[in-house]
Design a protein around this ligand. Structure first.
Ligand SMILES: N[C@@H](CCC(=O)N[C@@H](CS)C(=O)NCC(=O)O)C(=O)O
Length: 250
């Protein structure tokens, strides 16, 4: 073979592997965009996942029957027969339940450090405390108070002695007397977690809102966030649908 032809062949062969390689994705975001399907019921805890996705700018598909909470739960039952619960989320087809765990999972994969303090920060322990306090203490105590009242006289507990739910509200109130957020010095996913049990305790008349002025100011502030407002538009377009009955005032 003539030297010129050998050189040409070498050039062609060197170029071939590149020509056969799969084209690179257009951007890292595009490559990483997951499929997130949120099974939701209006006014329920699945709003937390929608709110977080709105904060992070993460695309998601929202499934619920507008104005029909029972229908929304029937759809959840069909895809998650073992645990009919809102939120039920499918992440690239994988089933996720427990709103706190779902938020942590999405933040680990897609947060890029947003809405979670650095582990070395003094806020980190505060953030973690309220991430878990929201369901582990406040929601469980407020729901227990509500159920006990409904099973007895149906009246809002307003005696001298605090119920467990009221004590859990006071602990949150005292925290906000010293810190602007449940995340500590900044808004974090812990604040997203805390909105549901706090509004539940107030709306159901488990706790007297007049006793929690710091909570009222915090709630106004976090619910004014554009991502919360977008969540409302998409996930609660007609307000609360079929809320459980509030306790009656004694
Ligand atoms: N700890 C769970 C609680 C989930 C939960 O109880 N969700 C309620 C809606 S807010 C539910 O699905 N209840 C079942 C029903 O109403 O049938 C979480 O945070 O995801």
């Amino acid at each position: 073979m003539k030297p010129a032809r050998t050189l040409l062949l070498a050039i062609v062969l060197a170029a071939m592997p590149q020509a056969c390689t799969t084209p690179a994705p257009q951007s890292a975001t595009e490559a990483a965009a997951p499929s997130i399907v949120i099974y939701h019921a209006e006014g329920r805890r699945s709003e937390r996942v929608v709110w977080l996705c709105e904060e992070l700018g993460l695309p998601y598909e929202l499934k619920f029957r507008r104005g029909d909470v029972a229908g929304s739960f029937a759809d959840i039952q069909a895809v998650n027969p073992g645990m009919r619960v809102a939120p039920t989320v499918f992440y690239n087809g994988e089933l996720l339940v427990e709103s706190g765990a779902i938020l942590e999972f999405l933040l680990d994969r897609h947060g890029g450090g947003r809405l979670v303090p650095e582990t070395s920060s003094p806020d980190y322990a505060t953030h973690l405390r309220f991430m878990h306090y929201a369901e582990g203490t406040l929601a469980s105590d407020a729901v227990a108070d509500y159920r006990v009242a409904r099973a007895t006289d149906g009246k809002a507990p307003r005696g001298e002695k605090e119920t467990d739910g009221q004590r859990a509200m006071r602990f949150a109130e005292d925290h906000l007397a010293k810190h602007p957020y449940f995340g500590g010095s900044q808004f974090t996913a812990a604040d997203i977690m805390m909105v549901f049990p706090i509004s539940y305790a107030i709306r159901m008349n488990v706790a007297d809102p007049a006793k929690y002025p710091n909570i009222a100011a915090w709630q106004q502030k976090v619910e004014a966030r554009p991502a919360f407002q977008r969540m409302l538009t998409k996930a609660r377009p007609d307000g609360r649908v079929s809320p459980p009955p509030s306790l009656t005032m004694p």
